[in-house]
Design a protein around this ligand. Structure first.
Ligand SMILES: Cc1cc2nc3c(=O)[nH]c(=O)nc-3n(C[C@H](O)[C@H](O)[C@H](O)COP(=O)(O)OP(=O)(O)OC[C@H]3O[C@@H](n4cnc5c(N)ncnc54)[C@H](O)[C@@H]3O)c2cc1C
Length: 328
């Protein structure tokens, strides 16, 4: 068991000016800006550094970079942050936090505790999945959750869109720019979307509908080859050859560990102001986990920049006040 001197030593070593939770593009960008501003920073990330970027085999819409794999872009961002002195720890799950006091506590799944003057929350999110056979295996190999990211890969191909809300209908229309035919498969006999979105989809010559139906299996090995569609009224199943399936059935922010700790909206997204500050002093958030409409690498990077700049200013003021108080 550590004695008091060892404990104090451990606590000093575990104190950072800023701790960032999540090493996706938002968290890594925050790490780059903070470290470059000489803010002692630690990034903690569950799993491999890079977040959702590492699920992306090609990112073709990151300005200034013609085309790059998500894994490569993650590595560049990681090395850039490290070059400025940022500590990054992978495969570390943050279990809970105490965010209300001036010194914030970050507690890991294995009980280790870090403290910081500032916390930036960048835990990202995940698309809701159908949860049927073959989906995990064929994600990114014909199954996509992002039209902006992957629509172009299906030029002149036939695709299915799953969902019946505004996102599904709007994305189905946007995918007609690429695909030769779009079939919207929806579990109910009506859509849960605005009238104008429904009308636009219904009147589009490239869009067809399969109502009261759902996909119950995905087929293929190296890439998606077809789907099993079940008619929910009759229970009849049919196999349907297809090049691509886009799933738009909702989005989940990775904020389960933040419930009760700070303000979340009804979708459990973190509420921030224009400086990315949450309702708590010294606590900022950035990226896909905040309340916003558009979720891309570029928007995550922009949020991370703003959060880090605002947090640096906060830390600077805090240190200045502490120095003044000590001098009095
Ligand atoms: C298949 C796919 C393809 C995409 N393609 C593109 C594209 O081509 N172009 C584009 O611009 N965007 C694309 N996107 C969207 C883009 O990847 C995201 O918008 C972006 O990664 C969000 O960044 P983020 O930093 O907010 O979160 P994330 O990338 O989700 O990273 C969050 C990180 O935080 C970690 N984390 C969560 N909870 C904890 C915790 N409790 N403790 C520690 N760590 C935690 C997560 O494990 C993760 O590593 C794609 C997304 C997917 C899924």
């Amino acid at each position: 068991m550590p004695n008091l001197v060892q404990l104090n030593h451990m606590e000093i070593n575990n104190h950072y000016d800023a701790i960032v939770i999540g090493a996706g593009p938002a968290g890594l960008t925050a790490g780059i800006y903070l470290s470059r501003a000489r803010v002692k920073t630690l990034i903690l990330n569950e799993g491999t550094v890079g977040g959702q970027m590492i699920l992306t085999h090609e990112i073709a819409n990151y300005p200034g970079v013609d085309s790059i794999s998500g894994y490569q872009l993650s590595n560049i961002m990681k090395n850039q942050a490290k070059k400025f002195g940022c500590d990054i720890k992978a495969n570390i799950l943050v279990k809970t936090l105490n965010l209300k006091a001036d010194v914030k506590e970050v507690i890991l799944a294995d009980g280790i505790r870090y403290t910081a003057d500032v916390v930036i929350l960048s835990p990202g999110g995940r698309s809701r999945t159908l949860g049927v056979k073959g989906e995990d295996k064929l994600k990114g190999k014909g199954i996509s959750y992002c039209a902006t990211c992957d629509g172009d890969f299906f030029t002149d191909k036939e695709i299915i869109v799953i969902g019946g809300g505004n996102s599904a209908l709007e994305e189905a229309v946007s995918l007609t720019k690429y695909a030769s035919k779009v079939t919207i498969v929806h579990q109910f006999d009506h859509f849960q979307a605005f009238e104008f979105a429904i009308d636009e989809a219904r009147n589009h010559p490239k869009i067809n509908f399969m109502m009261e139906s759902t996909i119950t299996a995905f087929h293929g090995n190296e890439k998606l080859e077809g789907v099993e569609i079940t008619d929910l009224k009759t229970g009849n199943k049919q196999n349907y050859p297809i090049d691509g399936v886009f799933i738009f059935i909702g989005y989940i922010a990775n904020t389960e560990f933040l419930e009760g700790k700070l303000e979340l909206n009804k979708w459990k997204e973190i509420v921030v102001d224009t400086d990315m500050q949450t309702n708590l002093k010294g606590v900022y958030a950035s990226g896909d986990s905040i309340a916003k409409h558009y979720r891309q690498v570029t928007t995550a990077v922009a949020d991370g920049t703003i959060a880090a700049l605002a947090a640096s200013k906060y830390i600077h003021e805090l240190h200045k006040n502490n120095t003044l108080q000590k001098a009095l």
